[in-house]
Design a protein. Structure first.
Length: 94
C-alpha cells in the first residue's frame, strides 16, 4: 500500500474532525509514535507510522470512523492501552 502524502493526511484529519471533536484527532509525530509502540522496545520507522490517531468516545463515533475508512480505503488499526509485551499493539500495513 502506498503511503499518503502530507497534504492528504491534513485533509484526513480535517474530515475525521467532523466525526469526533478536533481535539480527539492527532497527526502530531509524537502521538503517532506513542500509539505505534507498546512496552516492548522496538525501533520505529517513520514510514510505518499511522496517518492519524483518532480517539472516539462513543459507539456512534466508532461506527462513523469505520464507515469513513471503508469509503476512503484507509486501513484502521484498533488499539487498546498498548500494554502488550508481544508487539500486538504495533501497527502494520496489511
Amino acid at each position: 500500500m502506498e503511503r499518503m502524502a502530507l497534504p492528504k493526511v491534513d485533509k484526513l484529519a480535517e474530515e475525521l474532525s467532523l466525526i469526533v471533536s478536533k481535539k480527539y484527532v492527532s497527526t502530531h509525530l509524537f502521538e503517532r509514535i506513542k500509539s505505534s509502540i507498546d512496552t516492548f522496545p522496538y525501533e520505529v520507522e517513520r514510514e510505518s507510522l499511522p496517518y492519524a490517531i483518532v480517539m472516539p468516545k462513543s459507539k456512534h463515533e466508532i461506527s462513523e470512523i469505520l464507515k469513513y475508512a471503508n469509503r476512503t480505503k484507509i486501513p484502521v488499526f484498533i488499539r487498546g492501552s498498548g500494554t502488550s509485551f508481544t508487539g500486538a499493539s504495533r501497527y502494520r500495513f496489511p
